[in-house]
Design a protein around this ligand. Structure first.
Ligand SMILES: Nc1ncnc2c1ncn2[C@@H]1O[C@H](COP(=O)(O)OP(=O)(O)OP(=O)(O)O)[C@@H](O)[C@H]1O
Ligand SMILES: [Mg+2]
Length: 167
């Protein structure tokens, strides 16, 4: 075991975050209880037609966590384990909503362990009221005129409205 770096342990929370939901926020806040620093890493190009560009997503998430000096936001391309190594991360954090998340997450975690055995994946459950929330569902509900207040941070809701008006 190598000692922890003086700056404290860093966890990477990777995802598309298109857009960030209160489920994501819940997982980030829980992670800050376990790790000194949490890095939200926006995956570039996961979806060819995202609602928000990677740069916009980074900007929005930075705004949401503006008052949290221990939460960082960045974007990355390519293999997560390569990015995690470059950032000297101790762990990958992922959220688990339901059984439906499990199989894919289990595969990914074991593949990442195969690629980088020293990097652990930690799973966290959100508060119950967020277990049904996904970015895809938020986009769907919003595009059909549904109310997303309380499901995404106010900044996200505002940016979605601007986007809808063509901004
Ligand atoms: N409501 C939620 N509660 C807990 N974890 C969540 C929630 N939504 C997403 N996550 C987790 O956040 C991480 C990043 O997920 P991702 O960016 O794919 O979000 P998503 O909501 O699943 O988006 P999409 O609907 O586009 O797949 C994953 O570990 C995912 O399981
Ligand atoms: Mg998903």
């Amino acid at each position: 075991m190598t000692p922890a770096p003086p700056t404290g342990r860093l966890a990477i929370f990777p995802g598309s975050f298109d857009p960030l939901t209160n489920g994501h926020v819940d997982i980030v806040l829980r992670s800050t209880q376990l790790f000194e620093r949490v890095l939200i890493a926006v995956l570039v190009n996961a979806d060819k037609k995202p609602l928000f560009s990677a740069a916009e997503r980074v900007e929005i998430i930075r705004e949401v966590f503006r008052e949290y000096p221990n939460v960082e936001v960045d974007s990355f391309e390519g293999l997560l384990v390569d990015y995690a190594r470059a950032r000297r991360a101790s762990a990958i954090v992922r959220g688990l909503r339901a059984v439906s998340d499990f199989e894919y997450e289990f595969q990914m975690a074991l593949m990442n362990r195969h690629l980088e055995p020293t990097l652990e994946t930690v799973f966290m459950m959100p508060a119950e009221q967020y277990t049904y929330l996904s970015s895809r569902l938020i986009k769907e509900v919003f595009s059909l005129g549904g109310e997303v207040r309380g499901l995404v941070p106010p900044v996200v809701e505002e940016r979605m409205r601007t986007k809808q008006r063509g901004g």
